[in-house]
Design a protein around this ligand. Structure first.
Ligand code: WTA
Length: 660
């Protein structure tokens, strides 16, 4: 974020009070902050009572061997039982769990908690039949259909950690994840719907199974949901149709309870190096953290609210706030399969109107897109049911916040800007809608039970009015336990930077305003945030360099009005690619963009690729991405004195001027 943007942000002084009626009846009141500060463990133990335990814990937190935490030690629990069975047993079987809305018009399904229990039990029986045992990993590569929720809960039910891979990732990305966590089974579909068109998934899985085998991981079974009915290649010894197996299985399944620290899932996310990190979440603490924060942050009234989180289940938001948080709280929620503009640009608002959505949770990139499309589109729909609006994934700029509040929230609805990460598992910093003032662009305060600070290089808290690094000062229940198979990298990535203080280093910059409220300023490392999706500069660089014509590549995230940041790549070609003298034909650039799409996925495709003769490097050979960012953002190039060769930037600027 530029200094100019930063100072604009800090001049933002609009304030919105919590609505009086919401405040009067709020789930969480101001006193919760002081109470949780006084005894954090007692506070979380109280929240753990929200869940059904087969056996209670003997110790709330074991932090004897930091940074390896254990929460609710000795407790026994089943996540699926807490998300489904107990609601049915409590007489809520007829309550709608999911109003599923398919992208094609009139393609909808209504699933009650009793239905969900039957479906999850069937899938659990089938997975067991396919040889999946407690502790085995299962990869899930599905579109946003009810079966994805069923598959996740079925895995949880039998104690098989799932790893959901976003359907937009390529076969290569899927293969790498399958191999890294040694998944034996993949659950997928023939395809899905996107913007009115049918897209295929099964061919990517076939390719990924072959690639995973090359990486040493054998996939025994592929369970396939028929969603579109398109033609698929079939391997009888390996592939199993969902409708031939799951839908024929018994709807009875006795669930076993697992240790509180039993692995629940692995979610891969981008880090600062090329290799994605497998974030490990375990059962008891994760469920306590997501269940409490979902109830607190959205002021959830489970009997009357209709909740909708628009995130894809392939990301952590879909895990914590579409599956585990909401279902453990017995909500009725909307799950929508498609894109916001299909078949028309008012689709989301139509869904809110049709289902009477009261709590709506989405990302700034979507809000900015709707702003661009115009306020007259949502104005055509009745949005009066909405009472809380949430934002997640990237800093929300004040204009987008105010537009969201006014246009979708009728100027009466509070907006909660929620900061958290794949690693944190649960929302960490956010206003509480019945307690906290809203300041456009600020995530405000750490939630009750959470410790956060902004510190300087030495790990000392900065005074109000200054900025620094965001750290988390105390362990929290849904925290990641480690990186899958890599304890060292876990320690190094998150706990080494402020080891003396024992702080968790989030990788984000933040500022405290004069009231001490927090403003998140984006990443301070080589991680980009494109449309709320985390991408690693290094991972995209490696993808580019794996192309035979590329000698070297540097990638930066440049500010972009719509997507927050956009991927901009600077590429040096190999001599052989330059033979014939053509400078940088458009076809080559397109070929490189497609190559990145193939290696990682469409979300990583660079917006812009510049072919350059050199890259700016320090004398020790480190690429100075800061300078490339200046070029990509069309700014005056900053200080070049530490460059090994200061003329390099002139060459690059000349290229840019030539429109390469
Ligand atoms: C960014 C998504 C500002 C941040 C839940 C973080 C945010 C990264 C916000 C995690 C927010 C997320 N304000 N920045 N409200 N929410 N971020 O793991 O940079 O996909 O480190 O988790 O997104 O992205 P992730």
């Amino acid at each position: 974020m530029s200094d100019q943007t930063l100072s604009n942000l800090l001049q933002e002084n609009r304030r919105f009070e919590p609505p009086a009626d919401l405040a009067a009846d709020a789930n969480v009141k101001e006193e919760a902050y002081a109470r949780s500060d006084a005894d954090r463990e007692a506070f979380w133990a109280e929240q753990a009572e929200r869940l059904d335990w087969d056996q209670k814990w003997d110790r709330v937190l074991d932090w004897d061997n930091p940074p390896f935490a254990k929460w609710f030690v000795g407790g026994r629990i089943n996540a699926a039982y807490n998300c489904v069975d107990r609601h049915v047993l409590a007489g809520r079987g007829d309550k709608v769990a999911i109003h599923w809305v398919g992208e094609p018009a009139n393609d909808t399904r209504t699933i009650t908690y009793a239905d969900l229990l039957g479906m999850v039990s069937q899938a659990a029986n089938t997975l067991t039949d396919l040889g999946v045992q407690k502790g085995d990993r299962v990869a899930i590569y599905l579109p946003m259909i009810p079966e994805v929720v069923v598959a996740m809960l079925a895995c949880a039910r039998i104690g098989a950690p799932h790893t959901v891979v976003f359907g937009g990732f390529s076969a290569d990305a899927l293969a790498n994840r399958v191999a890294d966590c040694e998944a034996k089974v993949i659950i997928t579909a023939d395809g899905g719907y996107r913007r009115g068109a049918v897209s295929a998934l099964k061919p990517a899985v076939d390719e990924a199974v072959a690639k995973a085998a090359e990486l040493g991981q054998r996939v025994d079974k592929v369970l396939v949901v028929r969603r579109t009915g398109q033609e698929v290649d079939w391997d009888d010894s390996r592939d199993v149709w969902w409708h031939d197996s799951v839908e024929q299985a018994s709807t009875e399944h006795d669930c076993e309870f697992f240790d509180s620290e039993h692995p629940l899932y692995v979610m891969y996310t981008s880090g600062t190096t090329g290799k994605p990190k497998g974030i490990l979440h375990t059962t008891g603490g994760y469920l306590v953290g997501t269940s409490y924060t979902h109830w607190a942050v959205f002021d959830l009234k489970a009997d009357t609210d209709v909740y909708w989180c628009t995130a894809d289940v392939g990301w952590v938001t879909g895990h914590s706030y579409m599956v585990y948080g909401p279902l453990s709280n017995a909500v009725t929620q909307v799950v929508y399969e498609g894109t916001p503009d299909s078949p028309h640009k008012g689709r989301w608002w139509e869904i809110i109107q049709d289902y009477g959505v009261t709590i709506f949770y989405t990302a700034p990139t979507a809000i900015r897109t709707f702003m661009k499309w115009g306020s007259d589109i949502p104005a055509k729909f009745d949005l009066s049911s909405v009472r809380v609006l949430g934002s997640v994934g990237e800093p929300i700029n004040p204009e987008a916040y105010v537009w969201y509040r006014e246009t979708i929230g009728g100027s009466r609805v509070p907006v909660v800007d929620t900061w958290w990460q794949t690693e944190t598992g649960q929302i960490m910093i956010s206003p509480l809608p019945g307690v906290t003032h809203g300041k456009p662009g600020s995530a405000m305060r750490p939630l009750p039970g959470v410790g956060a600070e902004v510190v300087n290089d030495d790990g000392e808290p900065v005074p109000n009015g200054s900025g620094g690094f965001l750290v988390l000062t105390k362990p929290w229940p849904a925290m990641l336990r480690t990186l899958w198979g890599d304890d060292e990298r876990f320690k190094e990535t998150y706990w080494a930077r402020f080891a003396d203080q024992g702080f968790y280093f989030a990788g984000d910059g933040a500022k405290k305003d004069d009231d001490g409220d927090l403003w998140l300023l984006g990443r301070v490392d080589d991680v980009m945030n494109v449309s709320g999706h985390r991408l690693s500069t290094t991972e995209i660089e490696s993808a580019l360099v794996s192309h035979p014509k590329v000698a070297e590549a540097a990638v930066v995230g440049a500010a972009d009005e719509m997507t927050g940041q956009a991927v901009c790549a600077f590429v040096i070609l190999r001599e052989s690619a330059l033979e014939g003298g053509e400078a940088a034909p458009d076809e080559l650039i397109e070929e490189l963009r497609k190559h990145v799409q193939k290696e990682i996925g469409a979300i990583a495709k660079p917006r812009q690729i510049m072919i350059v003769p050199e890259l700016p490097k320090t004398r020790s050979g480190k690429i100075m991405r800061r300078l490339l960012k200046d070029v990509a953002e069309h700014r005056e190039v900053g200080d070049v004195t530490t460059l090994a060769d200061s003329t390099v930037m002139d060459l690059i600027k000349k290229k840019e001027g030539a429109g390469a």
